[in-house]
Design a protein around this ligand. Structure first.
Ligand code: GLN
Length: 269
C-alpha cells in the first residue's frame, strides 16, 4: 500500500471513530452533537483540591459537581478526562473535549483561543511560605526563588514575561502539581509557592506546622468554564450557572468543599 493510501485510510478511520468530544453537528451545533453522542467530555487537571482532585479512582470537587449539572441539563453522561493544566487549551482546540472546568481564570490572553462562560468564582493568587519565613508581603517575593504550577496565572504573573507585573523574582520553578512545589518549599528548595487561594489553603491544612499562607494576595481573578470559540454549549453552561446561583445550589456545592467564613463571598454572582 502506498503512503497516500495509508494516509487516506487513517483519515477515514479518524472520521468514523471520533475520539474524545462529540464532533460538531452538521448544523454547527456542539449541543446537538453532544446530545447525539449521549456524552459530554470535560477536561480538567485533578491536582487542584477543592475544585478537582482524586478520591480513589474518581475525580471529584466543585467543578465536577457543576459539570454534572451541565450534563444533567443536556440529558447526557459526563466523562471527565484528567490531564496536565498546560495541555487543557491545546486539547480543547484539538477537539478532544467539549469544555474545560479547571478553576481556570478567564484571561484576555486565553480568550484569544477559547470562549469563556460567565464567571462562577472569585479567586486570588496566594503566597505560601514556611512558617519561619522572612517573606511577609507580596513585595518580599522580589529576588526570591518561587514555585508555581506550570501554565497557570500564578506562573504567568511571577514569570512576568511582558514586564507588566510589579514583582521581579530571582527564579521561577515550574511544577505539574502544586503538591510537588509545596514539598520543595518544605525542604528549602523554594522560598515561596504561588497558587490559587483555596488550593493553597488545602495544601497548608495538610502541613500546618511547616507552612502558612500570607494574608496579602498577589492578584485577584475569576474562574470561568472554557469552550471552543463559537460553541453554543456556552449558552447551556451559562444557564446552569445562573440557575445554580439563583437556587442557592452553587453555595451549597461550594460549602461542601470549603468550610468556614472564607467561602461566603466567593461565588461570583
Ligand atoms: N486559576 C489558575 C489559572 O487559571 C490555576 C488553575 C489550576 O491550576 N487548575 O491559571
Amino acid at each position: 500500500m502506498n503512503r497516500k493510501k495509508i494516509t487516506a485510510l487513517v483519515l477515514a478511520a479518524a472520521m468514523v471513530m471520533p475520539m474524545g468530544a462529540a464532533a460538531v453537528h452538521a448544523d454547527g451545533s456542539a449541543v446537538e452533537a453532544i446530545k447525539a453522542a449521549g456524552e459530554v467530555v470535560m477536561t480538567t487537571n485533578a491536582e487542584f483540591e477543592p475544585f478537582e482532585y482524586k478520591d480513589g479512582e474518581e475525580t471529584v470537587g466543585i467543578d465536577c459537581e457543576i459539570a454534572e449539572k451541565i450534563a444533567e441539563k443536556l440529558g447526557v453522561k459526563l466523562k471527565i478526562d484528567d490531564i496536565d493544566f498546560d495541555s487543557l487549551i491545546p486539547s480543547l482546540l484539538a477537539g478532544k473535549a467539549d469544555f474545560i472546568a479547571a478553576g481556570m481564570t478567564a484571561t484576555d490572553e486565553r480568550r484569544k483561543n477559547v470562549d469563556f462562560s460567565d464567571n462562577y468564582f472569585n479567586a486570588s493568587q496566594t503566597i505560601i511560605v514556611k512558617t519561619d519565613s522572612d517573606i511577609a508581603a507580596r513585595e518580599d517575593l522580589n529576588g526570591k526563588v518561587v514555585g508555581v504550577q506550570q501554565g497557570t496565572t500564578g506562573d504567568i504573573y511571577v514569570t512576568n514575561e511582558d514586564g507588566s507585573g510589579d514583582i521581579t523574582v530571582k527564579e521561577v520553578k515550574r511544577y505539574h502539581k502544586g503538591m510537588d512545589a509545596v514539598s520543595d518549599l518544605m525542604t528549602g528548595r523554594l522560598d515561596a509557592v504561588v497558587i490559587d487561594d483555596f488550593p493553597a489553603r488545602k495544601l497548608v491544612e495538610k502541613n500546618p506546622d511547616k507552612i502558612k499562607t500570607l494574608d496579602e494576595a498577589l492578584t485577584e481573578e475569576t474562574y470561568a468554564i472554557a469552550v471552543p470559540q463559537g460553541s453554543d454549549l456556552v449558552d447551556v453552561i451559562n444557564e446552569v450557572i445562573k440557575e445554580l446561583n439563583e437556587s442557592g445550589e452553587m453555595d451549597e456545592i461550594v460549602s461542601k468543599y470549603i468550610t468556614g467564613e472564607e467561602e461566603a463571598d466567593s461565588t461570583a454572582e
